[in-house]
Design a protein around this ligand. Structure first.
Ligand SMILES: Cc1cc2nc3c(=O)[nH]c(=O)nc-3n(C[C@H](O)[C@H](O)[C@H](O)COP(=O)(O)O)c2cc1C
Length: 193
């Protein structure tokens, strides 16, 4: 895959081959890619908890919010749940926020996942109880959960529909469709012509 093909293929996936395990070494390699990303002031305040254990996976799952634009869909069914998680943490001893770093790091990670036949979903909608469940140190704040696995879902990128809606949707065959704004709408001029 060239770089454009890899970026296009790196789509959010919410249905996985739950029983296809992901080795901790693979998760460590994904975090290696995250580690190499840019960091504001080079503070590198992100830390990661790697989870690939079916029991802990099952304990984490109920704390996650899936696909807010699909209220009729309760999230991945049993047997289609993530095989692993990377929990992205902020070390608050090093910085108080790291949203830009987080975007860079997680995109590196997800590009790497795609390159190895895996897929993932960033989950910003998680319960405050997750910190306690994972028994994390007080200085570690959960910023994002990345669910990972071998993809079961087919995802199509779409043009925006005529009504301009950016909401993703499932068709009758279960294919997931993701509208993206056209390039022409993203590039602005200065106002000076
Ligand atoms: C910061 C961030 C938080 C997200 N949180 C959630 C979430 O809580 N639950 C979920 O199902 N998807 C979540 N997503 C996935 C988005 O819905 C997804 O990126 C969007 O629909 C576009 O699809 P794409 O990633 O394939 O381009 C999140 C994505 C980002 C970047």
């Amino acid at each position: 895959m060239n770089i454009e093909q890899l970026v296009r293929a790196t789509r959010t996936c919410r249905r996985f081959q739950q029983h296809e395990p992901i080795a901790i070494d693979t998760l460590r390699w994904l975090v290696e890619l995250a580690r190499l990303g840019g960091s504001a002031r080079n503070l590198q305040p992100l830390k990661y908890l790697l989870v690939s254990d079916p029991e802990l996976n099952a304990a984490i799952f109920p704390h996650l919010g899936w696909a807010g634009y699909l209220p009729e869909w309760p999230g991945p069914a049993a047997e289609e749940r993530p095989a692993a998680y990377v929990i992205c943490l902020l070390d608050t001893r090093l910085a108080q926020e790291a949203e830009c770093d987080l975007g860079i790091a997680t995109q590196n990670l997800l590009l790497g996942a795609t390159s190895r036949g895996l897929a993932g979903c960033r989950i910003g909608s998680f319960s405050g109880k997750l910190h306690g469940l994972l028994d994390l140190a007080a200085h570690l704040k959960i910023l994002l959960v990345i669910a990972l696995g071998k993809p079961l879902e087919e995802v199509h990128l779409e043009e925006l529909p005529p009504d301009g809606s950016i909401r993703y949707w499932h068709d009758a065959a279960g294919v997931h469709h993701v509208p993206k704004r056209p390039l022409a709408d993203l590039i602005v001029t200065t106002g000076k012509g």
